[in-house]
Design a binder for this molecule. Sequence first.
Ligand code: SF4
Length: 510
Amino acid sequence: MLAGTTVSSSDRLSIGAKSPLTGGIKESNAGGIVGTRIARQGLRCIALEDAPGKESEWKIIVVGKDGVEFEDGTFLEGKGVYEKSDLLAEKYGRKAGCITIGPAAENLLLASGIACSDPHGVCSRYAGRGGLGAVMASKRVIAMVILDDGEVQPDMVDPEAFKEGSKRIVKLLKDNPVSSLFTKYGTAAMVDICQSLKVLPTRNFTHGTIEGAEKINAQTMYDTIEKRGGEGKTRHACMHPCAIQCSNVYPDKDGKLLCSPVEYETMALMGSNLCIKNLDVIAEMNRIANDAGVDTLDVGAAIGVAMEAGLAEFGDEKAVIRFMEEVRDITPLGRILASGCKVAAKVLGVRHAPHVLGQAIPAYEPRGTKGMAMTYLSSPMGADHTFGFTLRDEEEPASKEGKVELSKKFQVIGSRMDAMGMCNFVRYSVRNDMTPLLDLIKAFYNVEISADEFDDFVKETLRIEHQFNTDAGITARDYRFTETFYEEVQPETGETMDITDEESALARQW
Ligand code: SF4
């Protein structure tokens, strides 16, 4: 709603479709500059309907001020995302907003994502979840380019009030302790928090702590980036403007960019979950995942399953890189891993598959945090931490008491940000009072909407999303963890999954 303006962190790009991974509705969003470019073209939404036959040639959809062109995209076929990104930048300029897919999506693999341009013109910001890359590929669209020739300026009814409101958001973000923590350490700050709460996924989600977590925590990452210097950055904005700047640039030993960004979820799913305690290895896995065009969470979880099946020892650094190379090279094993942990577990005969609705559990072990578990079981998108992030507000994380209400409260708070296209990290500053954002809507559109009315709109959206899933054939029985989470104790907390189907159904009712 505020994309293309001066409001911090408001240009999030939201991509939606029916998910081939979960079979239900999917919205996955990414930072970067594409949202800004779309707004500058005077557009709010681009819809691709239907699909041509699979024999159709690959196309690039180019959107500019003079209209829409369907250009030949065959020269991009089979190339990694980084090479595609360079070729697109060469052809359309580094300032164009590009989205593209990797080889995994071209092969319609279920954990494939969509890569979007960052401010440097590199397609490294991912709408990673739910297999949306495969949906784009099914339409034979290998890239979309939003040219940098858009001249539409935000046409707001009260520019002065908007300017003041925009400054107010920056102040709120700078004063907020959580955003400030992310400004210094990025999301990597969650490693120590989750280790102390015993919910850091470890050894294919069989444990909640790992010995030596400090080797992959935020301070180690910060010190490593600072020491190596060069292209490394401990603080980086995925879009402009952003007052938080939680992103980073992780350099190799020579100070050259290895991967940007490296986020907590990846550090857990490709790090502690595989007993990998080496940031260089995690960053290299992340880089290959970005090049292959896959979700680091679903593929990290699939590798955990493969390790449990005995394909490699937990902690084997060479093996995890080899697994990622197999994903990038689309080998038979790579295809299995790039299909996510549910498929990997079925193929490899592993019972303990960490997913809900087929989407891998994010980096918070659910038996140790029943609030997050309730959120995983309530999201129409499959296990999703951004859908209702309760962890910071759980007095007794391992207890299920009061978690239906807590999860629902944060489902609304998180969905407000999605509804507005804001970065999810803005929610910490407006969670108790949406007025600063509602004032901006008023100054921009001359629409007065109360906080309650806005929440009614958000709840109606949640209702529609659940109805979509029901219509798609998803039943209450599908919103469950794998049986092992109910049967087996997580050693550090002594907890099993004790949330009943009736309780999780209540958390999905709006
Ligand atoms: S807080 Fe982080 S993810 Fe959000 S807009 Fe800023 S840099 Fe991007």
